[in-house]
Structures are given as C-alpha cells and as structure tokens.
Design a protein around this ligand. Structure first.
Ligand code: AMP
Ligand code: TRP
Length: 330
C-alpha cells in the first residue's frame, strides 16, 4: 500500500479552505493509502501564539480531524512534538538547505514584503522542518493545498541532493493537489486566499462557525455585476470561488454542470444553494465534533498515533545520522 502524509498547523481554527484543500482529501484517501496525518504544533509557533488559545486550537484541530472523518483505526494521527525526531531531523535538513532556497519561498517572502516586524528565525527555516516531517516517513504522496506545493518541491530537491551525497536515504515524495479547491479564496476579497489570519473577518468560514453566521458569510460574499454563473477566475473571481466551493462539497461536480444548473438564475439563488451545501457540511462536522469532544478519546488517539509513528521516525533518523557520520554506537 502506498503511503501518504500531511499535516495542518493549529495556528487558528480550521476553516473551509483547509477542509476543502487538504483535510477532506486525507479522509478520502485513508482507505487507499497508508495515511499519516499529524498536527504541526512546531510549525505553528513560528509566529507568536497565546498559550491558552494554542492549547484550545490544538485540541480542536485533533477533534476536527476526527469529526471530518479521519478514522484512527486506519490513519495514524499524532502531534508533531510527540515524535521528537521531527525537530532533530529538522535541524539536519536546515543544515542541508541553502539560504538561497529558503529566500525563494513565497510564504516568508510575502510576510517580509508586507514589512511585518520581528519575523522569527523559525519562520524562515520552516520549509526545512517541513521537509523533515515528510522525509521521516518515506511517503509516496503529500496531499496539500496549492500554497504548500513549493515546500514539497523544495523537500524533493533537498532529499535528492542528500541522496546523491550520502547514499539512498529518502524516497522523493510527490505533492498531491486536488483538482478542485486547491486554493479557496476569501469570500470578502476573492483575490486573497481564505486564511486563518482573517480573524473574525467575514471572508473566512470556520468549521465551527455557527450555521447562521456561515450562511450570512456566503450570502454576503463579494461577486460582481455580470450576473452570470460562470467559472472564470480572471473576470469573475468571487463567483468562480463559490463554484469551486459548491463543486467540492458536491463530490467535485463539474463546473459545466453547475453553470448549467444555474443558467438564467441570479446570484441570490446561487448563493443560497452554496450556503445550503456549506451548512450541511458544517452541521455534520459539528455534530461529530461534539461527540468526539465528549468521548474523551482524543488523548488515546494521540497516544496510539505517536506509538505507531515513533519507530518509523527513529529508524529514519538513525539511518541519516549514520550516513552523515554523526553517530558513535555503544
Ligand atoms: P494550514 O492551515 O496553513 O496548516 O494549511 C493546512 C492545509 O490546508 C495545507 O495543505 C494548505 O495548503 C491547505 N489550505 C489552507 N488554506 C487553504 C485555502 N484557502 N484553500 C485551499 N487549501 C488551503
Ligand atoms: N506547512 C504546512 C501548512 O502551512 C503544514 C505542514 C507542516 C505540512 N509540515 C507538513 C504539510 C508536512 C504537509 C507535510 O499548511
């Protein structure tokens, strides 16, 4: 069985973008692949976090993995910090990644370009840690949204370079980007990605949003004055974003079928249908979320997940350190 691995940062609450772009693929693939899904709680502290809030987000993130349908009997679900090899291989990867490569990563470049102050060293070296997360487990595929593709490609480059220099250490992973919804945009500004940093902004639908609030966000989504439901991201970014959301929540319904369904109808009707799909999805997730959070199963899931992940990660780290001549065995 081929292996798949991915992670999500518990930086804020999970939203519809993280669900459509990543999490729902984890669930979809867990039968076909050996799935490793972790919570990137090292990556999340690359920007300042308030400890109490982080703890709550962390807990919710695991609960939402389960509520969205990840099955701990099939998938290995764990916290990054529970497998210490991530940080250690992360350091080694950092030493094998060039600053020139890190300088090209858009996530850091964008933040720097915005003039954000006091960016951390961790934020800069973030892709090297992400490479370690991946390479520890030799996955065949890494399902992510479009914004992470560059990081998986860097992972391949660094892995290939180390394989060349030190002998075969790592399998080269491939990013797996969904055909629909790899980049869900903000509802209030469809030229920007839907993101956790939107805060209470009405452009972001959180998976735990109150259903009425979620409906209102969809109904007030920015569109245009063309009054036609057509997939044309260039000229109709808002409508195209809603089409993507609707398609993804309805088994990747083809865009042409959606355009036909709403031919001659107004934006109000279309938004209502999108809102219905969003609310049905959220309702199901929230029902399971309540079950999961009252079941007391989260700690057990994490403990079992870490126990499965650790030996794999430990063996890989040992292989790497030996190959690099870093170890003396006793
Ligand atoms: P993050 O929440 O930044 O850790 O992202 C978790 C996963 O969700 C990554 O694979 C991202 O690429 C994906 N993702 C985050 N935001 C979006 C978005 N607006 N559209 C599609 N995928 C997203
Ligand atoms: N960097 C990813 C994000 O911001 C999260 C992440 C960390 C990840 N390590 C990973 C995703 C390894 C896939 C594989 O979304």
């Amino acid at each position: 069985m081929k292996r798949m691995l991915s992670g999500i940062k518990p930086t804020g609450q999970l939203h519809l973008g993280s669900y459509i772009g990543a999490l729902h693929h984890f669930v979809e693939y867990q039968d076909q692949y050996e799935m490793f899904a972790f919570i990137a709680n090292l990556h999340c502290i690359t920007v300042p976090q308030e400890p109490e809030q982080l703890k709550k987000n962390l807990y919710d993130c695991v609960a939402l993995y389960l509520a969205c349908g990840l099955d701990p009997n099939r998938a290995t679900i764990f916290l990054q910090t529970d497998v210490k090899e991530h940080a250690q291989l992360g350091y080694i990867m950092c030493c094998n990644t060039y600053m020139g490569e890190l300088n090209r990563m858009t996530q850091f470049k964008d933040k720097q370009a915005k003039g954000e102050k006091n960016l951390s060293g961790g934020l800069y070296t973030y892709p090297a840690l992400m490479a370690a997360d991946i390479l520890l487990y030799d996955p065949d595929y890494v399902p992510v949204g479009e914004d992470q593709k560059q990081h998986v490609e860097l992972t391949r480059d660094v892995a290939a370079r180390m394989n060349n220099r030190y002998g075969e250490l790592f399998k080269l992973p491939e990013p797996l980007i969904g055909k629909v919804g790899a980049r869900i945009m903000s509802l209030s500004d469809p030229t920007r990605k839907m993101s956790k940093s939107d805060g209470i902004n009405k452009g972001c639908i959180y998976l735990l949003d109150d259903l009425d609030a979620a409906r209102k966000k969809v109904m007030s989504a920015k569109t245009d004055s063309l009054n036609q439901i057509r997939f044309d991201p260039e000229n109709q970014p808002g409508v195209s974003n809603l089409i993507q959301i609707y398609s993804s929540l309805n088994n990747d319904r083809p865009y042409s079928a959606i355009e036909e369904e709403f031919a001659g109808k107004g934006y109000g009707d279309f938004k209502s249908a999108v809102a219905d799909s969003v609310c049905t999805t959220l309702e199901g997730i929230q029902k399971k979320y309540r079950e999961v959070t009252t079941s007391g199963m989260i700690e057990d899931v994490l403990q079992a997940g870490a126990a499965k992940a650790r030996p794999i990660a430990a063996a890989k780290l040992d292989l790497v350190q030996r190959a690099l001549g870093m170890e003396i065995h006793f």
